[in-house]
Design a protein around this ligand. Structure first.
Ligand SMILES: *Cc1c(COP(=O)(O)O)cnc(C)c1O
Length: 452
């Protein structure tokens, strides 16, 4: 097979998302109330999310149909190509076959609109007029702005102030798609005003921005909140990538031995990998499924498997997940999308059960991989995506030693066109690696809630 790209036609697109809940090796623990430790019913989440998404969050149905209205929007860029990285293979001199499933082809340039479009649709169905959210570097904010524009819903994005000031291009993308974008903390919420009163020059944080977006949704009937990762329904919407990939590998007459993706909250990796997890659990196939994270934020490799808050202001329900603790503030690495203290509960469970492997990489090595990829394949990976690229390179070089002709596939979550400052840092030799001292990880155990 030396085709460069394996395309699907639109009529071959998967018609349903894959829900892994009924296939997990042990049952998933429910979200619980921080005060009582009791499982949360649908009504507790109703002020924040439309009922259709809450039902998906708790569903035990293996397949959930994708409504035509969502499909029509996804077809703007889907199905995305599965590409063979022949030039990278040649540069490495490996007998391995390397593929990448390219989610950078979406309008915002990443996998994130796969869920943003679905979430905007279900909100519109239930009469929601405005959606609030937070964004760090702006990838999620821009994906949701795009989706809200399409379904004619107002979108308000609270962007961490330092990013708002240092990274204007993602903000301009949001504004181009019709969203309002505010630096957080802002004077538009009680949470924001309280923090500004204490520290007018604060750089802001994702935790503060979440508090602002959640407060607005909780206070207003016509406003809901939207989250771009971590939750079950977000991972569900992302499975369209892995389901497409399965069909593409059938066409190619190949099957992956190694699936590798980067992990922030876990949504893109879960989307690529979950449709293959069942084959692995059923013993049908022996696949290495590898999630990659930064050593500066080693949630999967060094975190504790405990109930924890999703945000550092302690406003969310508790989720059972691998976590570094909700007060953990990761070093300012360039892969902003991977700086989250926790990880999706479904993914955490599979790592804890040993079905999925986790690895951590320092950022200099990650950028080495990114550069080799850009200089062979031409595509410039996002710093997040480059974590997956580098592990694929490492695995392909192992094949060179052993002579194994493995099939390796990269979850190519997005392009790095808005991350050129990071590349500049690397090229000028100014990139620093951060190692996380064990004391900082031990500190989390002290303040984590004690529910089992
Ligand atoms: C946001 C983002 C990620 C990390 O988020 P996940 O929920 O773990 O997928 C990874 N890659 C890109 C390009 C992103 O924008």
């Amino acid at each position: 097979m030396d085709e460069n790209k394996i395309f699907l036609s639109e009529s071959e697109m998967p018609q349903a998302w894959y829900n892994i809940n009924p296939d997990l090796p042990v049952p998933l623990k429910p979200p619980i109330h921080p005060g009582t430790g009791e499982p949360l019913g649908p009504e507790a989440l109703a002020p924040l999310f439309p009922m259709a998404l809450i039902e998906q969050e708790m569903s035990m149905d293996r397949w959930i149909d994708i409504p035509d209205e969502i499909m029509d929007v996804l077809k703007i860029w889907r199905p995305s190509p599965l590409q063979r990285a022949l030039r990278l293979e040649e540069a490495l001199g490996t007998p391995a076959r390397i593929y990448f499933k390219n989610e950078a082809v979406s309008p915002p340039g990443s996998h994130k609109p796969n869920t943003a479009v679905a979430q905007a649709y279900y909100n519109k169905q239930e009469g929601v007029e405005r959606i609030t959210t937070e964004t760090g570097a702006g990838q999620w904010g821009s994906a949701l702005s795009f989706a809200c524009q399409i379904f004619d819903i107002s979108c308000e994005v609270y962007m961490v102030r330092v990013s708002y000031e240092q990274k204007p291009y993602r903000r301009l993308l949001m504004q181009t798609w019709g969203a309002e974008c505010y630096p957080s903390p802002s004077d538009r919420t009680e949470a924001g005003r309280a923090i500004l009163a204490e520290d007018p020059d604060t750089p802001g944080s994702l935790g503060i921005a979440i508090s602002e977006a959640v407060e607005l949704a909780a206070k207003d009937e016509g406003t809901k909140y939207s989250l771009g990762s971590v939750l079950n329904h977000v991972l569900l919407h992302q499975t369209i990538t892995g389901l497409e990939m399965k069909k593409q590998f059938e066409i190619a007459g190949d099957y992956p031995d190694v699936i590798v993706g980067c992990v922030g909250g876990g949504s893109n990796f879960a989307g690529f990998a979950f449709p293959y997890v069942k084959d692995k659990i059923d013993g049908k196939r022996d696949i290495d499924i590898i999630g990659v994270e930064p050593t500066a934020c080693p949630t999967l490799t060094r975190g504790l498997y405990r109930y924890d808050f999703g945000d550092n202001a302690e406003m969310t329900p508790l989720l059972k997940m691998l976590t570094l603790g909700h007060k953990f503030v990761p070093a300012p690495i360039h892969a902003g999308g991977l700086r989250y203290h926790g990880a999706a509960p479904q993914l955490s469970l599979l790592v804890n059960e040993g079905v999925i492997e986790a690895r951590a990489l320092p950022q200099k090595e990650v950028f080495e991989g990114a550069l080799l990829f850009a200089r062979t394949e031409g595509h410039l990976p996002a710093p997040e995506t480059a974590h997956a690229v580098q592990v694929a390179i490492v695995e392909a070089l192992k094949c060179k030693e052993t002579g194994e002709e493995k099939c390796i596939v990269i979850g190519y979550s997005g392009h790095g066109h808005f991350d050129l400052a990071a590349y500049e840092n690397y090229l000028s030799g100014n990139l620093i690696d951060y190692e996380l001292p064990q004391e900082e990880i031990d500190a989390a155990a002290e303040y984590l809630p004690n529910w089992e």
